[in-house]
Structures are given as C-alpha cells and as structure tokens.
Design a protein around this ligand. Structure first.
Ligand SMILES: CSC[C@@H](O)[C@@H](O)C(=O)COP(=O)(O)O
Ligand SMILES: [Zn+2]
Length: 208
C-alpha cells in the first residue's frame, strides 16, 4: 500500500502544476497529463480527460509502476504507460509533465522524420539538471505519434536507457514529455524547453 499523506502532498503539486501550465497556454482543451512518484511502486497521475486548469485532488489517482489503478474506479490518463516507462528507467525521477503547447507541436511537425532537435550554445540549457554550460548539446528525440501507447512506451524506454542524460522528448504533432527529481525541477524543464522551442522557431523565421 502507499502512504496517503505523501499522496496528498504530490496530488496538490499536480493540481498546482495544472493551473500554471494551463495558464501559460501549454495544456489546452483537456490535453496533457501529469504525474508524481509516491514511492518505488506507486505513482499519482491525472485521471483521463480532465480539464488541466481546473484540477482538484479528486482528479489525481494512484497507479502502480505497471500502470494498473490502485484503489480507484477512474480511468487513468490514456498515456499512463509513457509515465511508468520513465519511472522504471529513472529511479530518481519524482515528477513527469506532458504538455501540448503550440510551439512544441509546430516545431515537432517541421522536423524531418528521423531527425532530432539539438540545442547548442544557449545559456538556458543550464536550466536542465546536470547541464553546467551553454557549450553542450541537449538532444531531443522526436517520436512519431501513434495511438498505440504500449508500443510508444517501449520505444521511449529503449531510447532513454541508451541516452539517460537527455531531459525530454517530443511526439510529432502532439507535445512534450519532460521530467525531474522534483515537481519544481520538472516545471523548470518545461519552461526551459518552451523558451528554447520559441528561440528555434524565431531563428527559423529569420534564417529559413
Ligand atoms: C484532448 S486530446 C489529448 C489526448 O489525446 C492526450 O494526448 C492527452 O494529452 C490527454 O490524455 P489524458 O487521457 O487526459 O491524459
Ligand atoms: Zn498528449
């Protein structure tokens, strides 16, 4: 069983994250899903289909690391397996955020199939945990969108086992997944990605 008081703390973090991310326009129209680790076997995650700017703790349920609901009749996020795959790969990850911003969506559609997004020379790369200098490369893989979440979970799991230092990924025409040790770290990563996506798109406009 899981610690209910720990669940209450992380569920509040998720509710607050939703209000912030919806407010920035990064989680429109019930899109997005958020989660936070409770312990080594349990994760708090948003119930499927809920409005992310109006979440209450009743919109956050518990699943195990295989994505199976624990003590809940609700349907967990349709993308639960993308979260649990990452918790399995990274034992020190405490929170995962998936967003649907315009910039993440547009940029992911502009990149040719098989091409990764690479950020180099941006001071803001240092917002990512473990990045100490602008003189580094942050690689963001772009996975093809699919409704086969089990297959996508396997694909992302394999990629990040090989590239554990990279802080997030895009799904084409869909959105961003990023994570952090804490919810605060994870929110910082979302903001950093959004800043970098905006810079890339602005650069493409002046230097097509
Ligand atoms: C509103 S369309 C977006 C969904 O298809 C999905 O990609 C998403 O992010 C939210 O799914 P959910 O099941 O609510 O977690
Ligand atoms: Zn989504």
């Amino acid at each position: 069983m899981f610690d209910v008081s720990r669940y209450a703390v992380v569920a509040e973090d998720i509710v607050d994250a939703g209000r912030f991310l919806y407010g920035r326009g990064w989680s429109p129209a019930t899109s997005s899903n958020y989660s936070a680790r409770i312990d080594n076997e349990h994760v708090a995650i948003t119930v499927s289909g809920r409005h992310k700017g109006q979440l209450g703790v009743g919109d956050v349920m518990v699943v195990d690391l295989q994505g199976k609901p624990v003590q809940s009749d609700c349907r967990a996020s349709a993308e639960t397996l993308l979260h649990t795959a990452l918790y399995q790969v990274f034992p020190d990850v405490g929170a995962i955020l998936h967003t649907h911003s315009v910039n993440a969506t547009v940029l992911s559609r502009l990149l040719p199939a098989g091409e990764r997004l690479e950020f180099e020379g941006y001071e803001l790369q240092k917002a990512f945990d473990g990045t100490e200098t602008h003189d580094s490369t942050t690689t963001v893989p772009v996975f093809e969108n699919t409704q086969d979440i089990e297959a996508l979970a396997r694909e992302t799991r394999e990629w990040f086992l090989e590239h554990p230092a990279q802080p997030g990924y895009l799904i084409r025409g869909h959105g961003l997944y990023t994570w952090g040790k804490t919810m605060a770290d994870c929110l910082r990563h979302v903001e950093a990605f959004e800043f970098l996506f905006e810079c890339e798109l602005a650069t493409m406009r002046v230097r097509p």
